[in-house]
Design a protein around this ligand. Sequence first.
Ligand code: AMP
Ligand code: MG
Length: 484
Amino acid sequence: MDTLTAPPIAFDNSYARLPARMFARIDPEPAPAPGLIAWNAALAEHLGLPAMDEATRAAVFSGASVPPGAEPLAMAYAGHQFGGFVPQLGDGRAHLLGEVIARDGTRMDIQLKGSGRTPFSRGGDGKAWLGPVLREYLVSEAMAALGIPTTRALAAVETGAPVWREAGQLPGAVITRVAQSHLRVGTFQYFAVRQDLDALRALTEHGIARHYPQAEGAEDLLREAVAAQARLVAQWMAVGFIHGVMNTDNCHVGGLTIDYGPCAFMDDYHPQTVFSSIDRGGRYAYANQPQLAVWNLAQFATCLLPLMDADQEAAIERATAIVHGFADVYEAEHLARFRAKLGLTTAQEGDAALVQALLDRMAGAGADFTRVFRGLATDSAVAAEFPDPAAFRDWERDWHARLAAEGSALADAQARMTRVNPAVIARNHRVEEAIAAGLEGDYAPFHRLHTALATPFDPPDADGPDLTAPPRPDERVQATFCGT
Ligand code: AMP
Ligand code: MG
C-alpha cells in the first residue's frame, strides 16, 4: 500500500523543526500484512483524525502507509539504565509520525513503536512482539481511566511478520503511542554529555512550550518537572503500580507515565515488591519509587545547570533545593491520596500514622492491596484478607473513630471511597491471560479486560468477579519481562 491511500492528517511537526542533530529522519518499516487489533476511537476523535476504514487504520498505524504530512523521525536520547550511564540510546524501534493539535488545543505526538530499525537501534531488530504491545495498550489505558498521567494507546496492529525472541518465533506488532511529548530526562542528558548548550536551550524551550507554558527558563522547567514527577509517583503508589524500569530514559519531563515494559500492579501488598525480571537488585521496588524519581530528577538538574546560572556554584545550590522540594510535594500528595482512599475529607494530625498502620498490617498479612481498599469502601469481607482479623478490627475501630472525629458518616465516606478505590486493575495474571489468548488469535479476553479497565470504579460484578479476584496460587505471575 502506498502513501496515496492514507488520508492526510493535519500534522504540525514542531520537533522536526528543531536542530537536525536531535533526531534522525527515517521511515517506518512497512508491515507486510497489517491487521488491526485495537483502535481507540475516543482518542482518535479527540485528536481530530480523519475517518479511516479498518484496513487504512491498520496500514497507517503499523507503518505500512505513511500519511501525507507525517515526517517520521527517531528521537535521540541517552539515559542511566539501572544507574549506569549510556550516552546513546534513542528511539531504536519507534517512529514519531508527527504532532497534531487535539480538540482541546493540546499538541500531541503520534508515535509508532515496534515499527522497525532506526539509526538508534544498536543491535536490536527494531520490532516488538505482540505481548508487550497488548500489555502496554491495556496498562496505559487502565492508567488513563484511573486518572493517572500517562502516554495513551491509539492503536495496536499485528504486522503479519514474525519476530524472533528467546521464546522463539512470535507475531510482530506495533503500538501507536500518543502523548503531549516524548521528552525524557535522557533526551536532555544526550546533549548535556555532549556539552551542546544550544540543543539544551532548544529542548528547554520546547519542553516549556509543550508542558509548562507558564514556566520561564530552565530553573522553572526543573521546578515544574520535579513537582509533576512527585505527583505522578504519589499516584502510582496509591494504586499499587510498579513501573519496573525507572531509568532516566523512561522518566518523562512532563510527568507522564511512559514506557510500559515490565510494569505491574501489585496483588498482595508488600513494600519491597518487584516484578521485573531484569531488576535483580530490586532497585525499582514499589517502595523505592519516590527515591528513584528523585535520583532521576537530580540527573535532570545536572543537565540544566549550565542554563541556570553562569555561576555554577549558585546554580548547584538552587537546583539542589528544587530537587529536594520533591519530598514536600510527594508527601503532601501521597497523604492526600491515601486520606481520600480512607474517605477522609479533612487533614488531621495522626492521619499518616493511621494510613501506615493499615499498610503495616496489610504487609504483615500479604493482603491484596486493591481488595482491601475497595473492601473498606463496600463493606465486603476485608477482615478475611487478614490471617489475624482481630488486628484488622483494632485498626478499623481507629479508622471509624477518625471518621467520627471529622463528622463523616461511614456510609458517606464509603460512597466517596468507591470513586477513588478501583475495583478493577490490570492484574498481571489477567494481562498474561489476554496475551496468551492473543497469541492463539483470540482477542476476546483482551477486549473484555480492556472494557472492564475503562471503568475501574464500577462495581466488580458489572465485569465479572474473575476480573477483580486476586490470582490463585497457580495463576500468580512471578516476573514480568521487558517490552523488547
Ligand atoms: P526500553 O527498554 O524499551 O526502554 O528501551 C531501551 C532502549 O533500547 C531504547 O533505546 C530502545 O529504543 C532500545 N530498544 C529496545 N528494544 C529494541 C529493539 N527491539 N530494537 C531496537 N532497539 C530497541
Ligand atoms: Mg525506554
